[in-house]
Every structure is written in C-alpha cells, then in structure tokens.
Write a protein that binds this ligand. Structure first.
Ligand code: ADP
Ligand code: ADP
Length: 225
C-alpha cells in the first residue's frame, strides 16, 4: 500500500470542468471517504487515481513518485466499481486469482492467495462456484477479494454497497470495515451513506463542483453546522 497524493488536479472536458484543483492525501493504511452531490467529481477523482483519466493539470503521486502519466495497468490499483462485474465465465476462485495470473504468479501461489482471501471474507467454501449463483452480498465480497489479491497500492471503491438491502449493508460495512482496518488497506471510498462513512472511513473529503470543500474525520464532518 502507498501514500497517494493529488496535487491541484484539474480535469476539463469539452464543456465541463469536472475537477477544479483537487488536492488530497490518502495516507498509507487510511481509508478516505469521498462525499458530495451528484456531478461534484467523485468518480472522476477515482478514475484519475486509477489512471483512466489524465488530468488537464496537476499531479498524482504514489509514495512520492509522479504517476500522472503512468497507464492504469502499471499503477497496481484495486477497483471495486459497480461496472467491474465479476467474470461469469470463470469460477469464484479464478475471478479472485485473475489479476495474479495476469502478473505471471504461479498456479500454486494463486490458489493459496485466492483461498486465503475467500476465507478472510467468509466465503471460503465458494471457490469452485459460478459467481452468478452467489447472492449480491457474496458477489460483493468476491469483487473485494479480487481487488485485494494483487496487493494494490490503493483500493478504489465507488459506492460498492449500492443495490444491497439495508440489513446486509449494515453487516457488510462492519465486517468489511474491520477487514480493511486489519489489512491496513489504503483506500478511496465514494459513498452517499453517512453510516458507511462513519464506520468505514478514517477521514472524509467533501467535494462540491470539482473542489474539495472540507476534509475531516466523519464525526467532524457530520457534526459541523
Ligand atoms: P460524481 O461522481 O460526483 O457524480 P463525476 O466525476 O461523474 O461526478 O462528474 C463530474 C462532472 O464531470 C459532471 O458534471 C459530469 O457530467 C462531468 N463528466 C464526467 N465525465 C465526463 C465525460 N467523460 N465527458 C464529459 N463530461 C464528463
Ligand atoms: P488455469 O489457471 O490453468 O486455468 P485453473 O482453472 O485450475 O487453472 O485455476 C485458475 C486459478 O484459480 C488458479 O490460480 C487456481 O490456483 C485457482 N483456483 C482454482 N480452483 C480454486 C479453489 N477451489 N480455491 C482456490 N483457488 C482456486
């Protein structure tokens, strides 16, 4: 895991400024929540850290190293985005091991890592299953295991619990929050849900119209007038 810094990141599209000078630091082992109204730049921030978008101006650094122009495949980031569905032509374990296979990790090690992660996420018996036969909450855990398998510099989560029922969300945020803390994961976590931010994030940044309006602990942010 790495320290990740955005310095004065600007992103212009033809007729919109999505990010208007965003500066943020995510410290090693910290989960930083990203909050704000629709269109404020949350997804663009994550996509810029992942390398899918190149800033119009400003820099992105991992552990001090400038990665602004490094392509996504060389950034080693873990993604849990809604559009990153599981591969339905692979078993659960193959899904988890996929990134390792791409990196040339041997079969035995891939298997051990996949098993270990599935155990940690409490779906240890599901390695041989077809992911489409899993519940939404179980699929979410597999997605997280797949993202963590590559030991990413940073984990990027974009509203991963959307679509799950309230009871399951409450359970997952507690369990996954504890796991991310235990594994010392560095993460950026986009959410609209106050409870999720309170449980899972060390600090949160509030964006508005492409700018960082406030950064603080969830308590500071939600209790401020
Ligand atoms: P959020 O995730 O907070 O809803 P986004 O980062 O998706 O916000 O979008 C920020 C702004 O940039 C919005 O005004 C959006 O319409 C615009 N935007 C995002 N992606 C593109 C794109 N590919 N082309 C043009 N405008 C975009
Ligand atoms: P190949 O990579 O040659 O296609 P497999 O289809 O057997 O081999 O497995 C793909 C990946 O999934 C491998 O990394 C393997 O270690 C892992 N894997 C397969 N089944 C399991 C399982 N039940 N539990 C954990 N890992 C598994």
């Amino acid at each position: 895991m790495a320290d990740v810094t955005l310095n004065a990141v600007r992103k212009d599209y033809d007729d919109t400024t999505a990010l208007d000078g965003v500066s943020l630091t995510v410290s090693d082992g910290e989960i930083l929540g990203v909050l704000g109204p629709s269109g404020c730049g949350k997804t663009t921030t994550l996509r810029t850290v992942a390398g899918f978008e190149t800033p119009t101006d400003g820099t992105v650094r991992f552990d001090g190293e400038d990665v602004t122009n490094v392509p996504p495949e060389n950034r080693n980031v873990g993604l849990v985005f809604q559009e990153y569905a599981l591969f339905d032509n692979m078993t659960v374990a193959e899904n988890v091991a996929f990134g390792l296979k791409m990196r040339g990790v041997g079969k035995r090690e891939r298997r051990n890592r996949a098993e270990e992660l599935l155990e940690m996420l409490d779906i240890g018996e599901m390695g041989d299953r077809d992911p489409t036969t899993l519940s939404g909450g179980q699929q979410q855990r597999v997605g997280l295991a797949r993202a963590l398998a590559i030991e990413p510099n940073i984990l990027l989560l974009d509203e991963p619990m959307t679509g799950l029922d309230a009871q399951l969300k409450a359970r997952l945020r507690t369990e996954i929050g504890a796991l991310l803390a235990e594994l010392d994961v560095t993460g950026l976590y986009v959410t609209h849900d106050q409870e999720e931010a309170m449980v899972m994030c060390d600090r949160v940044a509030v964006l508005n119209e492409g700018r960082v309006e406030q950064v603080g602990t969830p308590r500071e942010i939600y209790e401020s007038p």
